[in-house]
Design a protein around this ligand. Sequence first.
Ligand code: CP
Length: 323
Amino acid sequence: MAHPTAPPLGKDLLGLEGLTREQITSILDTAETFKEISERPVKKVPVLRTKTIVNAFFENSTRTRVSFEFAEKRLSADTVNISTAGSSVAKGETLVDTARNLEAMRIDMVVIRHHASGSAQFLAERIASSVINAGDGKHEHPTQGLLDLMTIRQYRGALQGLRVCICGDVLHSRVARSNIHGLRTMGAEVGVCGPRTLLPPHVEELGVTVFRRIEEAIEWADVLNVLRLQLERMKGGFIPSLREYNRVFGVTRARVEAAPRDLLILHPGPMNRGVEIDSNVADGPQSVILEQVTNGVAVRMAVLYLLAGGEPGQAEAAKGGSA
Ligand code: CP
């Protein structure tokens, strides 16, 4: 299944924009190979035994932070976690000074989440270690995009020609940007649907179809990726009220049941239940939200392995034994 002809990823993974179809396929195939490690009684192989990785999360996270840590531990890397609270960032130390001090302790990779768009690239240009973007502001969240692609491919067989609609707060969403780049590169058709205030200006220039009504989006789509309303990034005035948003744009059971085909429902989490998605959809038979989370560990294992110089075609052999 692995894809030995894909060009190497290089030093860093900063976004899905610019990755080729072969590179994305290679990551997804490698993730498929690594996925079964998490099903073993002993969930540990010696693939990254010599590597030291810092998880630097300067913004809140549950799924991404824990998923990277599991991926690293299951591949036997040594890991350290830092966040703003409890580190010298809280005393005003700069991002680059923090990273250079960590490098002085001989690390191999930094996984960074940061509120500033472009922070992962800024860091990658200034340190020798590999940098993995775990979400930078409104820019990109490449491993989330990859796990979404992996999950859609798992349930629908191929991405080519599929219609995927990204619904909700596209304006503030790094997940939307990574999905748009990744899905279009893989040959999917991409739509976006949300109130005008929550769609970026000129979003059509990203090659997506814009839907103003959720009913039209659902009629068109094979897959819905429902985004969280990022209330913490809204200073007010984007929507009249949460109840109104749910009434007009919410992914409800009645709307999903009116779809002309069997929809697949994704959500990157964390969810605002009863706002962008109703509980009976989030927990219903078309939802693959928890499978996304499971696939997240496998995708992050694949990215860590490939950035550490692992060959896509050698992943099966590399994971062979237990640690
Ligand atoms: N999907 C996602 O990024 O979730 P967290 O913010 O919990 O990491």
